[in-house]
Design a protein around this ligand. Structure first.
Ligand code: GLA
Length: 388
C-alpha cells in the first residue's frame, strides 16, 4: 500500500463561509477556481476549494440521500467537482455530526456511511464536519470516529476536517479518529480581538499538532475588511488593518494551522495578495516535519505581559522560523536571547537572519537579537545556524 499524502501537511485552500455564508452558488465557486489558477494561488500551494454550510436542500430525498440545492448548483456537485479537478485543484464540502448543520440543513447523524459514499460519488476530496445539533446523549468522540471510518472506507481519498470547536477535550482523541485537521476554537470574527484571542488560546497546545492531524485555528479573515454578509463574522464588527492581517497570517503560518482563505478573492487588493501569497511564510507553514511552534516570553516578563512573545519553530533543514509578535499597544522591543532556544554562546553558533516579510537578509547575530515591533505588527525571520 502506498501512503497517501492527503492531510500530511496543513491544508491550503479557500472556504466560502466567512464572506458568503448562505449566499453560495456554482458560478461563485467556479470563479474562485479560475482565480486560483490565474492569480497565482495554485502556484503558491493553495489547493482546496471548499463549500461550507447551506449547499443542500432542507430535506433528504426518498432514498435518504442529501440533495444539492438545484437553484444554487444547477449543474450538480459532480459537474462542479469535474470543473475543479480539470484545473488540478481539489474540491471540498461540508456536513455535520449532528442531525442538522449549524444553519439547519440535514446533518449526517446516522447517515454517515451513506453520505460518505455520496461524497465519494460526487468526487469530493475534503469534508468539513461540524458539531451542531448533536444528540445530547451521544458521545461526540464516537461520531467523529464513525465518520473517520466511513471516509477511510468510501473508496476515495478524502481529507477529514473535524470541526467541534475545541470541545470535549478534542486534543486527547482527535488524532485517533482519523481526522487530518481539527478546529480547536470557536468561530473567528473579522476583527483584531478575535484574531488575538484565538491565537493566545492555542499557545500552550503546541504539542497537539503534527503531520496528518493539524490544529486548525479557523479560516483566515485576511483581506475581508468587514466584507462578510454575516453580522457576527464581520459586517458589524469591522475588519482589520493590513498590518493586523499580516500578523494574523504569520501566527497561523507559524502555529501550523491550515491556511483556508476566507475573503472574496475576486476583490483582493495588492496588499491582501502580498500576504496570502507570501512564499516564505507558506514554506514555514508547509515544512515537511510539521513541528509545533513554542513560545518564548521576552524578559522582563512583568513588563510585556501576555501579549508580546516570540514563537520558534524548528524546520526540517535545521533552520529556525522565529516570529516576534507584538499583539499589544505601543512599540515594543522584543529581545530574544539565543540561550532560550538552546544556543548558548559556548555552542560556538550564531544566527544568520532572513526577513520573511521584507524578503531580505538582516545579517548575522550572536547571543541575542532585539527588534522593535510596532503595535499589532510582527517580524518573522528564518534563521540559519552558522559558526560564530
Ligand atoms: C459553525 C462552524 C463554522 C461554519 C458554520 C456553518 O459555526 O464553526 O466554521 O462552518 O458552522 O453554519
Amino acid at each position: 500500500m502506498t501512503i497517501s499524502k492527503t492531510g500530511m501537511l496543513p491544508a491550503l485552500g479557500w472556504n466560502s463561509w466567512n464572506t458568503f455564508t448562505w449566499d453560495i452558488n456554482e458560478t461563485l465557486i467556479k470563479e474562485v477556481a479560475d482565480l486560483f489558477v490565474s492569480e497565482g494561488y495554485q502556484e503558491a500551494g493553495y489547493e482546496y476549494i471548499v463549500i461550507d454550510d447551506c449547499w443542500s436542500l432542507r430535506e433528504r430525498d426518498e432514498n435518504g440521500n442529501l440533495v444539492a440545492d438545484p437553484k444554487k448548483f444547477p449543474s450538480g456537485m459532480k459537474a462542479l467537482a469535474d470543473y475543479i479537478h480539470e484545473k488540478g485543484l481539489k474540491f471540498g464540502m461540508y456536513s455535520c455530526a449532528g442531525t442538522h448543520t449549524c444553519a439547519g440543513y440535514p446533518g449526517s447523524f446516522e447517515h454517515e456511511f451513506q453520505d460518505a459514499a455520496q461524497f465519494a460519488a460526487w468526487g469530493i476530496d475534503f469534508l468539513k464536519y461540524d458539531y451542531c445539533f448533536k444528540p445530547r446523549q451521544i458521545n461526540g468522540e464516537l461520531l467523529y470516529k464513525r465518520m473517520g471510518i466511513a471516509l477511510k472506507n468510501c473508496g476515495r481519498d478524502i481529507l477529514f476536517s473535524a470541526c467541534n470547536w475545541g470541545e470535549d477535550n478534542v486534543y486527547q482523541w482527535i488524532r485517533e479518529s482519523g481526522a487530518h485537521m481539527y478546529r480547536s476554537t470557536g468561530d473567528i470574527q473579522d476583527n483584531w480581538d478575535s484574531i488575538k484571542n484565538l491565537a493566545l488560546s492555542q499557545l500552550e497546545k503546541e504539542c497537539y499538532t503534527g503531520n496528518y492531524c493539524h490544529n486548525d485555528i479557523d479560516m483566515l479573515v485576511v483581506g475581508m475588511h468587514g466584507g462578510s454578509n454575516n453580522d457576527f463574522i464581520g459586517s458589524k464588527v469591522g475588519g482589520c488593518t493590513d498590518t493586523e492581517y499580516k500578523t494574523h497570517f504569520s501566527l497561523w503560518a507559524l502555529m501550523g494551522s491550515p491556511l483556508m482563505i476566507g475573503c472574496d478573492i475576486r476583490k483582493a487588493s495588492k496588499e491582501t495578495k502580498d500576504i496570502l501569497l507570501n512564499k516564505d511564510l507558506i514554506a514555514i507553514n508547509q515544512d515537511p516535519e510539521c513541528r509545533g511552534a513554542y513560545r518564548i516570553k521576552p524578559e522582563p516578563q512583568w513588563f510585556h505581559g501576555y501579549d508580546a512573545f516570540m514563537l520558534v519553530k524548528l524546520l526540517a533543514n535545521g533552520d529556525l522560523a522565529i516570529g516576534f509578535f507584538n499583539l499589544g499597544e505601543g512599540n515594543r522591543e522584543l529581545p530574544l536571547l539565543f540561550w532560550d532556544m538552546g544556543l548558548p554562546y559556548a555552542s560556538g553558533t550564531a544566527l544568520s537572519l532572513y526577513d520573511c516579510w521584507e524578503h531580505k537578509e538582516l545579517g548575522t547575530f550572536t547571543e541575542r537579537f532585539a527588534p522593535t515591533v510596532a503595535a499589532h505588527d510582527c517580524l518573522v525571520v528564518r534563521a540559519k545556524v552558522v559558526k560564530r
